[in-house]
Design a protein around this ligand. Structure first.
Ligand SMILES: *Cc1c(COP(=O)(O)O)cnc(C)c1O
Length: 393
């Protein structure tokens, strides 16, 4: 039996064979819009699907293929597709899975633009949605209807860091033959692999940990070959939110260090979690690897470690939250996450500003809540900056 490569080896070697590319160690960047055919008949065979080969970069590009094959291997899926952004992936998958008058059950707490997309689908196509905390099987079961087309889950949830038991959700959804789609952006495949927990489709904003260097906007979807073949020929090809070859090239480069980076993000976050908890200006810290986290048992069950994101609430008002951000030195005020730089943001006025206040508060996104994406700097430098900013509140 062939030895199964471990994650750290797959991330570097899967999806690419240097011998096929004149010995080039790095996967080449195929910065081309189209591909030439030797003959008219060859073009005919390719378009008819009778012969493998590239035709036009919206239908496939060799650099993008390398990234897709790596992501499929890392998430343990049959096939992956690259997209222009995480939202291009989310929208291509949700539009592929639904038709007018369908229904979606989603986790209570979603990326702001995913919430926006669901509202738009509701207005335009009467595709309704219900939120569920998905804490128990019954709570989820009660919301499933004959028109329910999919269950859509984020875990850890942005930005409240609640966790959902993916295996439990898949069991309930599969009783009704409904697919489970998981936005795995916050965990990365190094920490959590939803397909191994019986879920059906994984989505990433590759902008975050997959790229890891803050220089790309991109998305990926992973799942069964039949389903993703269908997505490729419909909502990917015809809506057109494809990944650019240069972005795929940057992601392949970033991906090689994913396990090393994510371990360091986790090491730093674990230390900062402890420090934040003991600061008098901080009223609450939410970090999944802390034994005080209400979903710690789910973290132990389905995530290798706690990840690099910490959310916390400060004592005071929205103005105090903004003052804390303004007090910081090298810690940067920015949305996005998973970069080398430590980034901090205020969800109520930034990532979740589009969410109506009542839904926002229901999700637990108060004016005092702050989200920290712990970077790769020396952890005590990060804490030093945070501490001086908190002390000056
Ligand atoms: C950033 C993000 C998205 C959207 O991804 P883009 O690459 O910005 O389009 C979706 N889900 C989560 C959890 C995210 O953090």
């Amino acid at each position: 039996m062939k030895h199964h490569k471990q994650f750290e080896t797959s991330v570097i070697h899967d999806g690419y064979e240097s011998a096929d590319m004149l010995g080039s160690l790095a996967a080449p960047l195929f910065q081309t819009s189209t591909f030439t055919f030797e003959t008219a008949e060859e073009g005919e065979r390719r378009f008819a699907g009778e012969e493998e080969g590239y035709m036009y970069s919206r239908l496939g590009n060799p650099t993008v293929t390398v990234l897709e094959e790596k992501m499929a291997a890392l998430e343990k899926g049959e096939r992956a597709l690259g997209f222009a952004s995480g939202m291009a992936a989310v929208s291509a998958i949700l539009v592929a899975l639904t038709k007018a008058n369908d229904h979606i059950v989603c986790s209570s707490g979603l990326y702001g633009c995913t919430f926006g997309l669901l509202s738009m689908m509701n207005e335009k196509y009467n595709i309704s949605h219900d939120f569920s905390t998905m804490e128990t099987k019954d709570e989820l079961r009660e919301l499933i209807r004959p028109e329910t087309a999919c269950v859509y889950v984020e875990t850890p949830i942005n930005p409240t860091m609640k966790l959902i038991d993916l295996q439990m959700v898949a069991e309930v959804a599969h009783e009704h033959d409904i697919p489970v789609v998981v936005d795995n952006t916050f965990a990365s495949p190094y920490l959590q692999r939803p397909l191994e927990l019986s879920c059906d489709v994984v989505i990433h904003s590759a902008t975050k940990y997959i790229g890891g260097h803050g220089d790309v906007i991109a998305g990926v979807a992973v799942g069964k070959k039949d389903f993703l073949d269908d997505v490729q020929m419909t909502t990917q090809k015809d809506i057109g939110g494809i990944m650019s070859p240069l972005d795929a090239w940057l992601l392949i480069r970033g991906l090689k260090t994913l396990p090393i980076r994510v371990d360091r993000h986790c090491d730093n976050a674990e230390k900062i979690d402890v420090k934040l908890r003991s600061h008098p200006k901080v009223s609450r810290v939410i970090y999944p690897n802390d034994a005080n986290h209400p979903d710690y048992h789910i973290r132990q069950k389905q995530m290798k470690r706690g990840g690099g994101i910490i959310s916390f609430e400060i004592k005071g008002t929205k103005k105090d939250a903004q003052k804390l951000l303004n007090n910081l030195g090298f810690v940067k005020i920015a949305v996005s996450l998973g970069d080398a730089e430590t980034l901090i943001q205020h969800p109520a006025t930034m990532t979740h500003a589009v969410v109506p206040e009542s839904s926002r508060l229901e999700m637990g996104i108060t004016d005092q809540l702050i989200r920290l994406s712990v970077g790769l700097e020396a952890w005590d430098d990060i804490w030093g900056d945070l501490e001086q900013a908190l002390d000056r509140l």
